[in-house]
Write a protein that binds this ligand. Structure first.
Ligand code: FAD
Length: 433
């Protein structure tokens, strides 16, 4: 039996993927302790649907026009979808039940690794033994064992979420940069209001817990955008929830009998609005990695390498995209919040420019027929882990032939559609016919 700790989007996506591969799966999860709205793009909704999480989306999404105020410029960006997390989390569990996943509602108190699996202690449910463990408890997952190293951590960041019942109105959301951080705000048509202020732990000089809610309200009222957004109505049942939003990459994300997925593997800065997307990305590949570890243990090293490299690469890409958003804000470059974030994690570009001459062929782990396997892939500046095929056409043999043959001859055996897509890919890599 495979045990999954956590039933957020990552745990749920792994559970459904494992069921499709025929595994018995038990998910252990307690409920989140606070209500939140989260903004996602259409791409995330499609990815959730693709993972089989239809119920999770049924009642949870509200389309909203998002306003952006950044670097002193205002624009109304495209539609984002507001995900009501309590409804979304309930829907995830419904999807799990329908897929035949056993669900234990309880708090995991501890996990003891064994030579061939793990023992899990669950509050009120005793001990559960499993052959394989999936750690998907999000940011609350205990850090990896100390001997595994430190991983990567961005500047320490905290997000203070204020929620209250205001007056009814249109569903809307907005994001705004501030001198010492940034704020995301949203209002549902029923008047539930959210203002989330993200600040630097080291420099924010926040007051003690008892004064924090008042301090947040005062800061919120100091913003013209927030005043216009929420209006002057009453604020009933005003609450505060603080949570860390530091970007964290776990030092090791896969062993022979365990794997970390979602925020437990890497948690990104909420600025990029990509949290759920990245948590799904690591979760969607996990069932094949687990299948390989359990059924083809001779490929264990390859499977672990596949998961580790992809998680690291995704983390760094999101971190660099976040850094570039921060760098776009020019007014407060030297303020501690902005100064630290405009240079983390490094100075490398988020998307490297195409360079056909730099393409090279390497053997690398790929996913083939439900298992991690090894194949020749083409490494590009922007895809350092390589690309195996495009539209069903393997790229490495094609690239080799291109060195000595005209492109027409190399693409001759492909269907019209394949030829078009492969030619497009080559041109995008800087190929000059
Ligand atoms: P989670 O969704 O966190 O699920 C983990 C589950 O494990 C939870 O149900 C939890 O209750 C359970 N659990 C934890 N500990 C235990 C335990 N001991 N025993 C049993 N169960 C346990 N993403 C977006 O896409 N858009 C946004 O606008 C956005 N805003 C964010 C704002 C902030 C401030 C933060 C911190 C994150 C935000 N995110 C956003 C990120 C998003 O919330 C996460 O990336 C996503 O939920 C991760 O999914 P997950 O399945 O890995 O973990």
């Amino acid at each position: 039996m495979i045990a999954i700790l956590g039933a957020g989007p990552a745990g749920a996506a792994v559970a459904l993927g494992l069921r499709r591969l025929g595994y018995d799966v038990t998910v252990v999860c307690e409920w989140r302790r606070f209500a939140a709205l989260e903004g996602v793009s259409v791409r995330v909704l499609e990815a959730l649907r693709g993972a089989g999480l239809q119920h999770a989306l049924a009642e949870a999404t509200l389309p909203s026009q998002r306003q952006v105020s950044w670097n002193g410029q205002q624009h109304a960006q495209n539609i984002e979808y507001l995900l009501d997390r309590p409804a979304f989390d309930r829907g995830l569990r419904e999807d799990l039940r329908l897929a035949g996943v056993e669900l234990i509602e309880g708090r995991v108190l501890g996990v003891q690794p064994l030579a061939t699996g793990s023992r899990i202690e669950i509050e009120g449910h005793g001990v559960l033994a499993c052959e394989f463990l999936v750690e998907a408890r999000g940011r609350q997952a205990p850090a990896s064992h100390k001997t595994l190293g430190k991983g990567l951590r961005g500047p320490e960041t905290v997000s203070l979420l204020n929620r209250w019942q205001g007056t009814t109105g249109e569903t809307a959301s907005a994001v705004e940069s501030l001198e010492d951080g940034w704020a995301w705000m949203a209002r549902r048509a029923d008047g539930q209001c959210y203002w989330q202020w993200t600040v630097d732990v080291a420099s924010a000089q926040l007051p003690g817990k008892a004064q924090l809610l008042d301090y947040c309200s005062q800061r919120r009222r100091g913003s013209a955008l927030a005043r216009a957004f929420f209006g002057a109505g009453t604020e009933a049942d005003l609450q505060l929830h603080a949570r860390s939003s530091t970007a964290i990459l776990s030092p090791q994300v896969c062993g022979d009998h365990w794997i970390r997925v979602g925020d437990a593997a890497m948690a990104v800065d909420p600025l990029s609005g990509n949290g759920i997307f990245q948590s799904l990305s690591s979760a969607l590949q996990a069932p094949v990695v687990i299948n390989t570890l359990l059924r083809k243990p001779e490929r264990a090293a390859l499977a672990r390498r596949f998961h580790q490299q992809r998680v690291e690469q995704l983390f760094l890409r999101f971190a660099r995209i976040g850094r570039d958003f921060y760098a776009d804000e020019q007014r407060w470059k030297d303020q501690p919040f902005w100064h630290a974030r405009r240079q983390w994690p490094d100075a490398e570009v988020a998307h490297a420019q195409a360079d056909f001459a730099a393409l090279r062929i390497e053997r690398a782990p790929v996913l083939r027929e439900g298992f991690v396997d090894e194949a020749e892939v083409v490494i590009t500046a922007d895809q350092p882990l390589g690309i195996w095929h495009v539209q069903g056409v393997e790229l490495a043999p094609l690239l080799r032939r291109l060195a000595g043959e005209p492109i027409g001859q190399v693409l001759a055996g492909l269907t019209g559609e394949q030829g078009k897509v492969v030619r497009g890919w080559l041109l995008a890599q800087g190929y000059k016919p």
